[in-house]
Design a binder for this molecule. Structure first.
Ligand SMILES: O=C(O)CCC(=O)C(=O)O
Ligand SMILES: [Fe+2]
Length: 478
């Protein structure tokens, strides 16, 4: 066992190692914690008196039990004079600060891999200006899962800077509103920390593996929090498009600009529910949703998973396996591919009709998707103006279209010839809408400026259990 503090008897104990190198379980009770890294090593921490923050002194019994506490936060430790060699942080569990220290062999610090700022600028609206905090699932009672963002800074680098102070303030405002009930006992289990930030050397490997695994994001709410979730394949009569809805499709679908088509209310409610269920099923499995980071540590404001091939926001490359955890990209379900081909066919028909009337050059090539990037935006999610330009040179040269399905809450979609959100054209994408941009518009800058809360069709939410937010699938051919 690797001790990080000195001879403090621990009343609580490590729960268990669930799988090698992946699961991290950490029990905290009455001031002591231990953590298993899944490789047989254990770390332990001690609770620290708030008044001694940053001090290396031990206050093993100065803080009472944390019954009923519901706040979770963390911060880098101040006042620590150990630059470089040791990292430490104080993690707040309720009102109980817990001092975490690491040895040089197993640093907890957030080493940033050297890299360009380019990618972050590329999607600048969508990134967080803070360095990436770790994500941490904290379970306070067996049935309650809470999410916090757990900061992990190299105290030597960040201590005393304004950034840290801001960060501390931010972390104390962790939002637990959606996370269920009051804790019923004093034990807190911390499960799975992760980061996609690279650790510098092989000595950090255990920590790297430990931090890179996170519980995948579930796009659906837990069953008990849904109003009316019909999991079974009960008839969804109210989900079929009505005659009026079909009329609406014809009225509102349009060519937005040469090569760019909007198909309004195109995906039926039944199909949307099926897509949500499929994405949810894949999304909670290996290769499922995660929150990606750029090389500079800035986070995208969305959850992402890639099907067919994985797109890496750091390298801007497509690969079979993703670097963040080595998972292979799951396959694209066949029904998704068929829906995309149908949409392209219908968009081409629309373009032809438009051509007869207006003589626009609206050529829209067809394509067979082998990549699907699935994004889930919570209601605060967004995505900066960017081009989709990481597909093969041939695909881009031919202008093979990107086909984008929107499901759930509506969102404002911006597009323009260059990256400037002011003055960009805007269109509201609603649940069931499809946007296709290819041909002349293949390299259009586009992004999501905002998601409209509570705008998803009620029947969709009730039947699928989709959480508040927007699911978007963009299909491409590499
Ligand atoms: O969410 C959207 O509508 C756009 C997504 C997008 O542009 C992308 O994933 O590249
Ligand atoms: Fe895009």
């Amino acid at each position: 066992m690797r001790r990080l503090d000195h001879a403090i008897p621990c009343r609580s104990r490590v729960a268990e190692t669930v799988s090698r190198q992946v699961r991290v379980l950490l029990f905290c009770s009455m001031g002591k914690m231990k953590m298993s890294l899944g490789d047989g090593d254990e770390w332990s921490w001690r609770r620290k008196d708030p008044s001694s923050r940053g001090d290396s002194g031990v206050h093993s019994d100065s803080v009472g039990a944390d019954e009923g506490s519901s706040e979770l936060s963390s911060t880098s430790a101040g006042g620590d004079t150990r630059y470089g060699e040791h990292n430490s942080r104080i993690m707040m569990i309720g009102d109980i600060p817990v001092h975490l220290e690491a040895t040089p062999n197993y640093p907890l610090n957030c080493n940033e891999s050297p890299g360009t700022q380019g990618a972050a600028q590329e999607r600048d609206i969508g990134t967080d200006s803070q360095k990436s905090p770790k994500h941490c699932e904290i379970r306070a009672a067996p049935e309650v899962v809470r999410k916090v963002e757990l900061a992990s800074y190299d105290t030597g680098t960040h201590r005393g800077s304004d950034g840290v102070v801001n960060f501390i303030k931010r972390r104390t405002r962790v939002d637990l509103r959606n996370q269920g009930t009051t804790r019923s006992d004093s034990s807190i289990k911390v499960e799975k920390l992760h980061t996609s930030i690279g650790l510098k050397d092989a000595r950090s490997l255990s920590a790297s593996i430990f931090v890179n695994k996170a519980k995948p994001f579930d796009i659906c709410l837990p069953r008990r929090r849904r109003l009316d979730f019909a999991e079974t394949s009960d008839p969804v009569e109210d989900c079929e498009q009505t005659h009026e809805a079909v009329q609406l499709v014809e009225q509102e679908s349009r060519v937005l600009r040469p090569g760019m088509v909007l198909l309004k209310n195109y995906v039926t409610l039944r199909e949307q529910i099926d897509i949500i269920r499929k994405c949810r099923e894949i999304g909670i499995g290996p290769g499922g949703f995660y929150q990606p980071c750029y090389q500079d540590g800035a986070k995208l404001r969305l959850q992402m998973m890639c099907l067919g091939l994985d797109w890496d926001p750091n390298t801007r490359k497509y690969e079979r396996q993703r670097r963040v955890d080595g998972c292979s990209a799951p396959d694209i379900p066949n029904e998704f591919i068929l829906a995309v081909k149908r949409a392209i066919g219908d968009a081409k028909d629309l373009v032809k009709k438009g051509d007869r009337r207006s003589n626009l050059r609206n050529d829209l090539p067809t394509m067979s998707p082998n990549i699907c990037i699935v994004n889930f935006y919570t209601t605060t999610g967004r995505l900066g103006l960017h081009q989709d330009r990481d597909e093969s040179r041939e695909s881009l040269r031919k202008g093979l279209p990107v086909v984008s399905f929107s499901i759930g809450d509506s969102a404002e979609f911006l597009f323009r010839d260059y990256r400037d959100a002011d003055g960009a054209e805007r269109v509201m994408l609603e649940s069931g809408d499809v946007v296709i941009f290819g041909g002349e518009s293949r390299m259009v800058f586009h992004g999501i400026s905002s998601v409209v809360p509570n705008s998803a069709p009620k029947a969709l939410v009730d039947k699928s259990g989709l959480r508040p937010g927007r699911l978007n699938l963009t299909f491409r051919q590499f």
